[in-house]
Design a protein around this ligand. Sequence first.
Ligand SMILES: [Ca+2]
Ligand SMILES: [Ca+2]
Length: 420
Amino acid sequence: MNLAHGGAINNDSGVLRVSGCSIIGNQAKGLGRGYVDTGPALNGSSAAGGGMYISGGEVYLVRTLLGSNCVEGGDGGSGEMGHLAGSGGDALGAAICLSGGSLTITNCAVVGNYAIAGSAPVASRYIGYPGTGYGGGLYAQAGSLIACNSTLSDNSAFAGVTGGGGFGGGPSTGGYSFGGALAIANATGILANCTITQNGAFGGTNVTRPGSGFGGGIAITYYGTGTVSLVNTILAGNLVGGTNFLLSDVYGIPQSLGHNLVGITSNAASFVSSDIIGQDPKLGPLQYNGGATPTHALLVGSPAIDAGAPASTPFDQRDQPRTIDDTGVVNRNGSDGTDIGAVEANPFLALQSITMASDSVLVSFPTMSSKSYGLLYKSGLEYTQWLNVAGLQPGTGGIITATNTGPATTNTGFYRVYAR
Ligand SMILES: [Ca+2]
Ligand SMILES: [Ca+2]
């Protein structure tokens, strides 16, 4: 098969625990084919798991960033007249391909990964078929997947392109792709308190018949028997592309365990009354908002705030406290004040950490996006004035850090933060 498996890690048995790591910029690439002047053309090979391939055992990822990994199917070759052109190889799971065993992801970010299926030759005489892209972030072919307090953002699944054939072969169709963030085939998936946004599934280009993308966020492939269950999860702002670019968050029918926020779905009936359908989750940009991995903070007015079910963990993706019941927001749909998604908004102003870096002092605190924050400092508690340092900084919805330059050489220092 010449199947390329696992750009960085390949796990087929045993227990693997990965904590506090970055799995970045790895690649699994299938073999591409060129011209064959006698006999049939050759197919490009498939590739699986740009960052990690799991065929068995138990894998636990904690506080780990999976970023900019790529899985790429090989291009099909062309051959002499009278033979079909070769087909492009499939691309299976840009960050991780799970084909057996179990994968548990906690407090992780799966961001900026891309699956690119192989192309059929552009100038072939007879039809070659482009490869299919599965899972711009994760592809769960088989086995069991659990993701909790994690962000899947900016991942893309691209189908193979084809130029079609001449001489009666006719133009074939551009390829298909499934699941910009996550594709599920025969696996069982459970997503709890995850944020899945800004992912895309894109069909392959073709002059006359472009392919299609299915499920910009999550796709449950039509030929599989897999299921995915969602609770307290944001699934919004994802895209599919082919002939047109459209917002599309889920393809197939997920199982709702309640309290999800889903943007665009053609299967709204599969959701339950505590789910929020068709609303903008009001997310901040992907960035470090405290913690080991990047997140999308909740902006003020987000319908995800205080709309979740009681959480299964006492912390969010950033290891910040959960649940925080915002006294200024009425709890929705029977929520206890837990937020939907990977991040718990914190409206209560308090210093979170004070650390020294060279001669400066770094002071961190939680913020809301509607306010600006200032830092006050004095070197002793008596007979000195509070000094304004670091200027006013806009809140982001996450943890921000103000820098007091210079005073780390003094023995004592006191800090207060204020909002306005
Ligand atoms: Ca809350
Ligand atoms: Ca509340």
